[in-house]
Write a protein that binds this ligand. Structure first.
Ligand code: KIV
Ligand code: ZN
Length: 390
């Protein structure tokens, strides 16, 4: 837990790093800069701008962001190797608030098959990497990759080494989206018990969505003491993606008070940021996506529409305007009721009641049975002259 503002959860945005690792996404430097500027308007605390050693283009993009984006910490990713760390530092050194994020796996699966190394060697590499990063930059984050499938005692030993060498943030990745909320919280609690210095730095969570649990696991992590959440706009990222930033932020906005936590995000910038990321990555947002899907504030059934028209909070836990949308929506379809039809007609300038409304409603249901959505043009057509005169 950080010593300042212990009730604030830091939002670490990784749209431009883990998010960009989504199959088929490749952003150029100008696009990455445009997204980073918008993330700064959204009020994220940290922008992970990229992985500078991965390509000359990514190096340039991270350097541009470090030079031009003000406010958030600008972070660059580096494996636990000196060339990666030096390249990352080169890219971010001009930032007002640079951070190096270095990582190495602690699970035996990764140590044996991916790194083809040993637990002892990994400890040595972690020590050297954090020490080297700290010799360049004051703000250093360390991640034991695939931690949730690793031995907790061994992971704690590696974390202690990272802390001894001066790591300022410790991030616990659920790299393959394998853990579950109670298990993840217990894992973090055990790490706190085994690693005394962990309470003096910021503990961070980084959860993938392979089982659809990224946000739930992140929230469990926060309840266990984490005060940084790594997440991406629209939930993009490796495979099934990362925890969706908009869901984390609104979860803490709507329910955070109950547990005394908040973020500094400017929620009214959420919709705009989501649209920008969707447009530049070419990844559409599913209609029923929480917070920013086009149906997230739309009501179709008569019962719900009637309730919302009487009092918005009957079927809404958030006001659409808090996420930067103009308004909620009553979508006219076969489940809609007379109340919603009357309102839609009034918005088009037709005020009808009694028998005229009854006839219009019968015609409307006829059309709605044949079409997925009834448009303004359909409504105009069903209010014929004799109904307008009634
Ligand atoms: O998922 C992961 O483990 C990562 C690390 C680089 C933090 O993205
Ligand atoms: Zn990741």
């Amino acid at each position: 837990m950080p010593t300042t503002e212990p009730d604030r959860v830091r939002i670490f945005d990784t749209t431009l790093r883990d998010g960009e690792q989504s199959p088929g996404i490749s952003l150029n430097a100008a696009e990455k800069l445009e997204i980073a500027q918008q993330l700064a308007r959204l009020g994220v605390d940290i922008i992970e701008a990229g992985f500078p050693i991965s390509s000359p283009g990514d190096f340039e993009a991270v350097r541009g962001i470090a030079r031009e984006v003000h406010g958030p910490v600008i972070c660059a990713l580096a494996r636990a190797q000196a060339p990666d760390i030096e390249r990352a530092w080169e890219a971010i050194r001009d930032s007002e608030r640079p951070r190096i994020h270095t990582f190495i796996s602690t699970s035996d699966i990764h140590i044996k098959h991916q790194l083809q190394s040993t637990r002892e060697d990994v400890k040595g590499q972690a020590r050297a990497a954090v020490a080297h990063a700290r010799s360049l930059c004051e703000d250093v984050e360390f991640s034991p990759m695939d931690a949730t499938r690793a031995d907790v005692e061994y992971t704690a030993e590696v974390l202690q080494i990272a802390l001894d060498e001066g790591a300022t943030t410790i991030n616990i990745p659920d790299t393959v989206g394998y853990t579950m909320p109670t298990e993840y919280a217990a894992f973090l609690t055990r790490l706190y018990e085994l690693t005394p210095g962990l309470r003096d730095v910021t503990l961070s969570v980084h959860c993938h969505d392979d089982l659809g649990l990224a946000v739930a696991n992140s929230f469990a992590g926060v309840q266990a003491g984490a005060r940084q959440v790594e997440c991406a706009i629209n939930g993009i990222g490796e495979r099934a993606g990362n925890a969706a930033l908009e869901e984390i932020v609104m979860l803490l906005q709507v329910r955070g008070e109950a547990i005394g936590l908040h973020t500094n995000a400017v929620t009214t910038e959420i919709a705009r940021t989501s649209r920008l990321v969707s447009r530049l990555t070419g990844y559409p947002v599913q209609p029923n996506k929480a917070i920013i899907g086009r149906n997230a504030f739309a009501h179709e059934s008569g019962i719900h529409q009637d309730g919302v028209l009487k009092e918005r909070t009957t079927y809404e836990i958030m006001d659409a305007r808090t996420v930067g949308l103009a308004t909620n929506q009553l979508v006219l379809g076969k489940h809609s009721g007379r109340h919603a039809l009357k309102q839609a007609l009034e918005e088009l300038g037709y005020s009808i009641d009694g028998q005229a409304l009854k006839t219009a409603f019968e015609r409307f249901k006829d059309i709605a049975d044949k079409k997925k959505q009834v448009t303004a043009m359909d409504l105009e057509a069903l209010v014929t002259d004799e109904l307008r005169e009634e």
